[in-house]
Write a protein of this length. Structure first.
Length: 394
């Protein structure tokens, strides 16, 4: 977790401050929040970029501190594609160096939201170079001491846009069948092995998609086939997740992220980011709709990771709505997954692992409000922004 640490030198201290406490409380593996392989692919102003070797190597002191505290650490690598910051953050759009990168032209349903935004559909050659870029950044990550990488291949990021039949309408080798759409993952895995070493762990998220009525997305059957494919291609673990074809809060189910309009500071930030009422209204409507259609549900990906564990021989990571020691134990004791991951609750309770590992009762402090999502989208530091949680802490 922890997006929103920024792209400055102080990001190292911010990551260390959070992750060392997590590691000291018993977290075995930390997956650092999505970090962008190219600057124009950021999805928020606070996202860390890993577009140069120097930027990656400056994180080495944080990685060392995490290791000394007893945990391993992966870094998630990604690119926003159509939903990069320049698509919606108007001050950044005005300084845009180039068009948004896309797997295919914008679906007709979304074209009003991209009005006036230049989009470039990657050529076959450019897709190959993008895959090589992932390998290059993975090599820098290994040099910095990271224990592996995870691909940000869900929640409508660029890799997901290639995987998704909702977005991908290509006619070259990277489109058409599931195998064609997923070929990017095959080439990324090859690039990581060539640049960072075949023994450097590389894991991947495998999405099942919710779509607007009348549209087709990746199904459970597609996801299980993809799990088998990535196993054949040499991936070391899979994380199956149910997401939306839009970058909404389906990935992090819970409340409507109403901080966009209920928190005065965030409301002002949103107004600066989207001065036009029309665009601001689109963002608020998307936040409301995403939250309403995907309320919190305990262990919501259970059917997916259980089915994936039965389908493949590589480790399956379980994520999504896991909050209590009893849920963790039931997943692991039954063999439904090899590892259990928890995200947002660590913002509210950095030492959460100690309570979970000690068999502590209850769901903890996190209220699943998604107010942290609104903050990160606006470039604020990753953390809990729910006043109720702050009150409970004091």
């Amino acid at each position: 977790m922890l997006e929103g640490a920024g792209d400055g030198d102080d990001a190292v201290e911010l990551y260390a401050r959070q992750f060392v406490e997590n590691a000291s409380s018993g977290v075995g593996l930390i997956i650092q929040g999505s970090s962008c392989i190219l600057p124009e692919g950021r999805t928020s102003p606070g996202m860390t970029c890993v577009d140069t070797r120097e930027k990656v190597l400056r994180l080495a002191t944080m990685v060392d501190a995490v290791h000394r505290a007893g945990a391993s650490i992966f870094i998630q690598l990604g690119h926003g594609g159509l939903f990069a910051m320049e698509a919606w953050h108007e001050p950044y759009a005005s300084r845009r160096a180039g068009p948004l990168l896309a797997a295919s032209p914008v679906p007709w349903l979304l074209r009003p939201a991209f009005r006036g935004v230049p989009v470039h559909v990657l050529t076959t050659e450019e897709v190959g170079k993008m895959c090589e870029r992932y390998g290059e950044v993975a090599a820098w990550a290994r040099e910095a001491g990271y224990d592996g990488v995870q691909l940000g291949s869900a929640n409508a990021k660029l890799l997901d846009q290639f995987l998704s039949p909702f977005y991908n309408r290509r006619t070259d080798e990277f489109g058409g069948t599931l195998e064609g759409r997923a070929r990017v993952l095959q080439l990324v895995r090859q690039a990581v092995a060539e640049r960072a070493g075949a023994d450097f762990p590389c894991t991947v998220k495998v999405p099942v998609e919710r779509t607007p009525p009348g549209f087709h997305g990746a199904t459970v059957e597609d996801a299980l086939r993809l799990c088998r494919l990535v196993e054949d291609w040499g991936y070391d673990a899979v994380t199956p997740v149910e997401v939306s074809v839009l970058p909404d809060t389906t990935l992090s189910r819970g409340g409507v992220p109403d901080a966009f309009w209920s928190n005065p500071g965030m409301s002002r930030r949103l107004e600066r980011a989207a001065p036009s009422r029309w665009r601001r209204g689109m963002i608020k409507a998307g936040a409301w709709w995403g939250g309403r259609r995907a309320p919190f549900e305990p262990v919501w990906n259970r059917r997916l990771f259980r089915a994936a564990s039965a389908a493949v021989g590589i480790p399956v990571f379980a994520v999504g709505g896991i909050r209590s020691a009893s849920e963790v134990s039931s997943i692991l004791d039954s063999g439904e997954a090899a590892m259990v991951g928890i995200g947002r609750p660590f913002y509210a309770e950095p030492d959460l692992a100690a309570r979970i590992l000690g068999g502590g009762p209850g769901p903890g402090l996190c209220r699943n409000s998604n107010r942290c999502v609104a903050a990160q989208m606006l470039g604020m530091r990753g953390g809990c922004y729910n006043p109720e949680v702050k009150k409970r802490k004091t």
